[in-house]
Ligand binder design. Sequence first.
Ligand code: FES
Ligand code: FES
Length: 149
Amino acid sequence: MNGRDHALEIEPRVTLLDALRDRLHLTGTKKGCDQGQCGACTVHVDGERVLACLTLAAQVEGRAITTIEGLADENGTLNAVQAAFLEQDAFQCGYCTPGQIMSAVACIREGHAGSDEEIREYMAGNLCRCGAYPNIVAAVRQAAQELRS
Ligand code: FES
Ligand code: FES
């Protein structure tokens, strides 16, 4: 988890989302719908984005998990996507933001941030009740351009 090992004794039915929030106190990963429909709980498992509310903690034993808390480097320098979200004002209440950022990092890495249309399509699983979508797309576009250059 974010570069460190954690040993947890956990019941088989506990989700990764609840393990992160309740057992490891990593509350940056948000619980929105808790049924796979909003994207607020997006984290990376071995570099791939997954919905932590639909993933059992036991399924990811021994895998590399990255949450929003693990994106900045050890000196606190923000990931390019985090910095772009700040610059583009890509949030209002901020509740969806960790999930948006985790999805955006994966979206860029997958090569699915080539145009605004593509960004919208590949970020479609992340809902924003505040409607910050234009700024979110702008932030993903900016980060993708920076990471390409
Ligand atoms: Fe997991 Fe909504 S909380 S998708
Ligand atoms: Fe409020 Fe997206 S910024 S839900």
